[in-house]
Design a binder for this molecule. Structure first.
Ligand code: F6P
Length: 550
């Protein structure tokens, strides 16, 4: 593969931005934060229940203006309109990208192939609402009459990751009746662990698969179905315990799901954006349909902000441009997201799919190679655990890693002063990254500790923390269904803007498809088929597997 240059050619500000980046003084942030009393006012946006503080970034007004010129030249505003109005922006699959329609705050029609999709959305939402109402009121019970208490979502990728984040993060909003469970992996340990604690009489499985062809999901769904039958259910009892959500209704019926238990989905909802659709049923069952609606409303508000706010005050656009600043001119290979909220501990897993499956591309819309690097590696975790694991590398390592700190200002589960400490630690990390600890400060500290001159000399360089490392703070007063909806939509739209600027299709995933295909081709050989024509590396590994499992 040709290594792509990191700069972003093709935009009038590119070379100037390159120079600007390299002229940044090593103490830029420390000085800016200390001296610019209005820095927070200039570099923060308060919208949709979220406060984005981007004052700890290596920017000034001029740099920001130049970054914004890239968004203007790439016609990000036009692309936003194309997204919301149902243009075929997923070019390789010839699809509109309309997950935003699922959370739209108005009832204006949106046409796909000349047909308004809103009535179908409302009908599916009504079906979800009915299922929730029946299960919560116990009108829908298990086959022996016991209420449904456990819902197991069988799905992977977009049919799993976002759902898990939402039901974890909104645990304080759960209705107390339903405990959500997830089975995603084809590793038999996953479903075995999950089933071990479940009572079939009070368990409902949701087979969540847009395509209903996904190996892992179908395999696990088969295991779940057999488990129910082994536990004494008759085929006719399965309707109380199996629901499917899919575009592929006929495959779900063929699997044995009762037709009235199948919720629809459409090809204009990408897998990684599907938590807003009927795929979100486990969310609605866990936290109640009203709260699911609030989640949609929060995302809808963020969409409206994104669509109607000028680029220079537009949260997703600013976050996207800051990402480009470090990716292209700062040499950043990755972007970290640290959630100072236990419920959001898996957020970075979801964002990995949203970002890396979307923008892990090297071909432009027109089929030509990209002219620069594209999507970064996304990673992260939960504070303060992060501080005792990998934060050291951000503070003193040699990589540029811009970071987001997600900081809810209040806790749903206050215990003593723990939440105040959690919040303070997140803020302290952002400040430590920005300001570091200078040579003079280290020396003064060592002198105050009465270290010898020799010790001071050799210890000082180890203790200097360079600072000038950028981060954003994303603060919400409280993590609610609405604010969480806004956070998730914010990241989706940020990824969209970056894809527009890179001129790539953020909505397909052909590389993933190759992995699935090769898996299917190799499987017969693992099972004893003729492996002689395989390359020696693959053949030897297969032979070892067969030997172990003989
Ligand atoms: O991992 C690839 C992928 O195609 C994702 O885009 C998708 O979210 C996931 O598989 C699951 O697909 P499905 O919902 O069709 O089972």
């Amino acid at each position: 593969m040709t290594i792509q240059p990191s700069a972003l050619p093709g935009f009038s500000a590119s070379s100037e931005l390159e120079e600007l980046y390299h002229q940044l003084p090593a103490d830029f942030l420390r000085t800016a934060l200390a001296q610019e009393t209005d820095r927070f006012d200039r570099y923060s946006i308060d919208a949709c229940g979220l406060l984005l503080d981007y004052s700890r970034h290596l920017i000034d007004d001029y740099i920001l203006e130049k970054l914004l010129s890239i968004a203007t030249e790439a016609d990000v505003s036009g692309a936003i309109e194309d997204q919301f109005t149902g243009a075929i922006i997923n070019s390789t699959e010839q699809r509109a990208v309309l997950h935003s329609a699922l959370r739209s705050l108005d009832n204006q029609e949106i046409l796909v192939n000349g047909k308004d999709i809103k009535p179908d959305i409302y009908a599916a939402q009504e079906q979800m609402k009915n299922i929730c109402q029946k299960i919560h009121s116990r009108a829908w019970s298990g086959y022996t009459g016991k209420p449904i208490r456990h819902v197991v979502n069988i799905g992977i990728g977009g049919s799993f990751l976002g759902l898990k984040v939402v039901t974890d993060a909104l645990k304080p909003f759960r209705n107390g009746q339903i405990t959500p469970h997830y089975v995603a992996n084809i590793d038999p340990a996953d479903i075995t662990d999950e089933l071990a604690s479940l009572d079939p009489e009070e368990t409902l499985f949701i087979i969540a698969s847009k395509t209903f062809t996904t190996l892992e999901t179908l395999s696990n769904a088969n295991v779940a179905r057999s488990w129910l039958l082994q536990k004494g259910l008759k085929e006719s009892d399965l309707a109380n315990h199996l629901i499917a959500v899919s575009c592929n209704i006929s495959a779900a019926v063929a699997f044995g799901v009762a037709e009235e238990n199948i919720l629809p989905l459409w090809d204009w909802v990408g897998g990684r954006y599907s938590l807003w659709s009927s795929i979100g049923l486990i969310i609605a069952l866990s936290i109640g349909y009203d709260n699911f609606e609030a989640l949609l409303a929060g995302a809808g508000e963020m969409d409206e902000h994104f669509r109607s706010t000028p680029l220079n005050h537009n949260m997703p656009v600013i976050m996207a441009l800051l990402g480009l600043w470090y990716r292209h001119w700062g040499g950043a290979q990755s972007h970290a997201v640290f959630s100072y909220d236990h419920g959001l501990r898996d957020l970075s897993n979801h964002l990995q799919q949203v970002d890396m499956e979307s923008n892990g591309k090297s071909v432009q819309h027109n089929g030509k190679s990209v002219v620069s690097v594209t999507g970064p590696i996304i990673w992260g975790g939960a504070g303060t655990n992060d501080q005792h694991a990998y934060m050291q590398l951000l503070h003193q390592g040699t990589c540029t890693i811009p970071a987001d700190f997600i900081l809810p200002a209040s806790s749903h589960t206050p215990v003593n002063d723990q939440h105040a400490w959690l919040f303070t630690n997140g803020l302290a990390q952002a400040n430590a990254l920005a300001n570091g600890r200078s040579l003079e400060e280290v020396k003064a500290e060592l002198e105050a500790a009465e270290k010898s001159a020799k010790d001071i000399e050799w210890l000082t360089p180890h203790k200097v923390v360079p600072g000038n490392r950028p981060s954003s703070i994303l603060l919400c007063n409280s993590l609610t269904p609405k604010t969480l909806g806004a956070i998730l939509a914010l990241y989706e739209q940020k990824v969209f803007v970056q894809g527009v600027i890179w001129n790539i299709n953020s909505f397909d995933q052909w590389g993933v498809e190759l992995g699935k295909l090769l898996g299917k081709q190799l499987y017969p050989m693992i099972e004893g088929g003729d492996a002689s024509k395989l390359d020696s590396s693959t053949r030897n590994i297969i032979e070892r597997f067969r030997k172990v499992n003989a």
